[in-house]
Design a protein around this ligand. Structure first.
Ligand code: AMP
Ligand code: ZN
Length: 471
């Protein structure tokens, strides 16, 4: 079997074949956080699933370029900036840092590129200009620019690729100014919003006067700048399907005039919502927990990650504290087994057990079927425990089992307890050391290694990258 993913465009599970003729390189864009507050664990369900998708692609042998934007200007942020009286950058930067810190706590790999919308204003303006030149966007008397769905469709293109829209209800020329609007509302949407007094100091000059970008155009500009006008995989929570992703397609395909058969994005993957007592976890409903809230209650980032990775990404996931406690117990069972294996294996090295690896791979390749993959892991753990309690597991077999876990863990990213418990300061030192090495500053890298050592940690260079271990 080869990797298959559910593509919202096709409304079915399809074989994953990247655009790259060599079949190796994959361009992957994930809509990042809106940094107006701390992310809640519903948001992080989507980011952990994005991390799972990237790791699964790498596990399957693809070379992934992972881009995740930071939405640091949009309606909600501007409202908060106005309410707090802060400058935009001062307001967003703290939440952006907190977001990356939470991402690390959940052991998500850092995307290769994390563009900020506010640093892409020239690209956004260029894209809007192209849409105007192509007759698909128009300026209104206040200096705003809107996307015309009617003109886009008359160009032979389809608005409503990811969702089914009711065009009978649509009146030509209906417009929406706000970034979020109801499903089925096929209305012209804002690409550039003319400056209004409530925007305070949040505005940029443009050919249409001072203003700011709409949310949707930000993602079209950043994704295409990073990955080209056509790329492989785009992921986000299911609430983004409409209008955000539908508008991204319309803007990008409208501006780039792709040839027939060529699309802005080949595979669209949407993550179902995390629910609390049957309702979507969201800030507006007030039923949310942040990663920090859960850590304050004594749960580790690793336990939260494990809980978020237990259910399939296309199934709604009901969050409960009982569930989280269950995650803690299950993870402890794996950890206990790994510890016993490490004791037995000593320093013996081995390669993964091919039959377990194959079963695991089959599950992951089947649209990231984590439930089946965990089934493989737990049966394997049970068999190992049995063999160890009966005294029938050799040193070599223990080493093989540890190598098998290393392989499985390339996808799950849970590590071993001591590897992930490093405090943020030490993780930051490790990142600085990696950056120094990349810049060939070996003296700096050595000094950072010493600082890490002084903090009680050692760096282990593994084929999967540098890892931290308690000294
Ligand atoms: P935001 O920071 O609001 O832009 O959202 C960041 C990501 O979290 C987006 O991909 C959303 O679709 C996703 N998201 C928001 N709420 C939930 C939820 N309850 N469950 C899963 N994903 C969510
Ligand atoms: Zn986006």
């Amino acid at each position: 079997m080869a990797l298959r993913l559910h593509n919202t465009l096709a409304r079915s599970v399809e074989p994953f074949v990247p655009l790259d003729p060599s079949g190796k390189h994959v361009g992957f864009y994930c809509c990042g956080p809106t940094v107006y507050d701390f992310g809640h664990i519903g948001n992080f369900r989507t980011f952990v699933c994005a991390d799972l998708a990237r790791r699964a692609l790498e596990f399957c042998g693809f070379s992934v370029r992972h881009v995740m934007n930071i939405t640091d200007v949009e309606d909600k942020i501007i409202r908060r900036v106005r309410e707090t009286g802060k400058e935009l950058r001062d307001y967003t930067r703290g939440y952006e840092e907190a977001f990356f810190e939470d991402l690390r706590r959940l052991s998500c790999l850092q995307p290769h590129l994390t563009p900020r919308a506010t640093e892409y204003i020239p690209q956004i303006i260029a894209l809007v200009s192209r849409l105007i030149e192509r007759g698909i966007a128009y300026q209104t008397s206040d200096g705003s620019v809107y996307f015309s769905i009617e003109r886009y469709q008359s160009d032979g293109r389809q608005y409503g690729q990811l969702v089914t829209l009711n065009f009978d209800e649509m009146r030509v020329g209906d417009r929406v100014q706000q970034d979020e609007y109801a499903k089925e509302t096929a209305a012209d949407f804002a690409l550039w919003k003319a400056r209004v007094p409530e925007d305070g100091s949040v505005f940029w000059p443009s050919p249409w006067g001072e203003g700011r970008p709409g949310w949707h155009i930000e993602c079209s500009a950043m994704s295409m700048d990073a990955l080209g006008s056509s790329f492989d995989l785009h992921l986000g929570g299911e609430d983004l399907m409409f209008p955000h992703h539908e508008d991204e397609i319309a803007q990008s395909e409208g501006a780039c005039a792709h040839s027939p058969g060529v699309r802005f994005v080949k595979y669209w993957v949407h993550v179902a919502h995390l629910l609390v007592e049957g309702k979507k976890m969201s800030k507006s409903l007030g039923n949310f927990f942040t990663v920090r809230d859960l850590m304050a209650k004594g749960f580790s980032g690793r336990e939260i990650r494990f809980e978020l990775l237990r259910s399939h990404y296309r199934e709604n996931f009901n969050f409960t504290f009982d569930g989280l406690a269950g995650a803690r117990a299950s993870l402890a069972r794996i950890d206990e087994c790994l510890e016993k294996l490490a004791e037995r294996a000593g320093g013996t090295r081995a390669t993964a057990d091919p039959s377990v690896e194959k079963e695991f791979r089959d599950a992951i390749e089947d649209d990231l079927n984590v439930a089946a993959a965990w089934g493989v892991v737990f049966t394997w753990v049970k068999n190992l425990n049995k063999a160890m309690s009966e005294g029938g597991l050799t040193q070599q077999a223990a080493a093989t089992a540890l190598a098998t876990w290393e392989r499985i863990d390339q996808v799950f990213g849970l590590g071993r307890p001591a590897e992930v418990a490093a405090p943020d300061e030490v993780v930051k030192l490790l990142e600085a050391r990696q950056a120094a090495r990349k810049a060939r500053d070996f003296k700096g890298a050595d000094s950072l290694r010493d600082q890490i050592k002084a903090a009680g940690w050692v760096i282990e260079d593994t084929p999967q990258g540098a890892k931290l271990k308690k000294a």
